[in-house]
Design a binder for this molecule. Sequence first.
Ligand SMILES: CC(C)(COP(=O)(O)OP(=O)(O)OC[C@H]1O[C@@H](n2cnc3c(N)ncnc32)[C@H](O)[C@@H]1OP(=O)(O)O)[C@@H](O)C(=O)NCCC(=O)NCCS
Length: 189
Amino acid sequence: MACVADIRQSVIRGSRISLRPVRDSDIQTLFRWDSDEEIAKWAGKKFKTEEDAKDWYLSVHHLQKRSWIIETTDGNPIGEVEVTNISWRLHTGEIRIVIGEKSMWNQGLGEDAIRTCLSELFGSTSLKEVFLKVDSRNLRALRCYQKVGFRTEGKVKLLGDEDKPRSILLMRIAREDLLHGGAKGAYGT
Ligand SMILES: CC(C)(COP(=O)(O)OP(=O)(O)OC[C@H]1O[C@@H](n2cnc3c(N)ncnc32)[C@H](O)[C@@H]1OP(=O)(O)O)[C@@H](O)C(=O)NCCC(=O)NCCS
């Protein structure tokens, strides 16, 4: 069985997208997506400068994180998906996705990208469960994750900005859920 080091260089093909490793020439685009206010509202802003983005995607190299560019079949980069906080002891990881080109939202490409990423991870590494955190108001993302087979396992109340409370949902998918269309979570979603 491959470890994550074996899969990081390969192109992974989905139905309507491909996942490929991040290149130096992607950094400007990744920084633009990270700086978009609407995207940052849901995904958070990570980088102050392009150098920060370069460090995150290209210099910081360890076995607990992998990132891919999501490309359409004609080779246009439209987003990124990454798996972080990988525990090879617990066989778990956390997934995060951004479709940075907003004109491409709501076409099923986010679902395709997550399925493609998880199929590869569950099929060729020892990962067995993947988690994610999502703002409970992010209905598009929630619907996307539910389509893949993620189920809500917990809810955390946060103070939020300007003392407006908000909730984060913790969602989970196991290897067999992806193959068999999902299991019921604690919140029944
Ligand atoms: C979240 C995101 C990755 C989803 O990717 P996507 O390609 O748009 O997702 P999909 O098209 O596969 O699925 C979106 C679903 O939400 C539905 N949807 C859109 N707006 C909705 C709303 N306000 N309420 C309910 N459902 C909604 C779409 O109709 C679609 O469902 P359908 O296929 O049943 O019609 C992408 O929109 C994105 O990057 N958003 C900004 C950053 C972000 O939120 N990242 C996730 C942080 S946890």
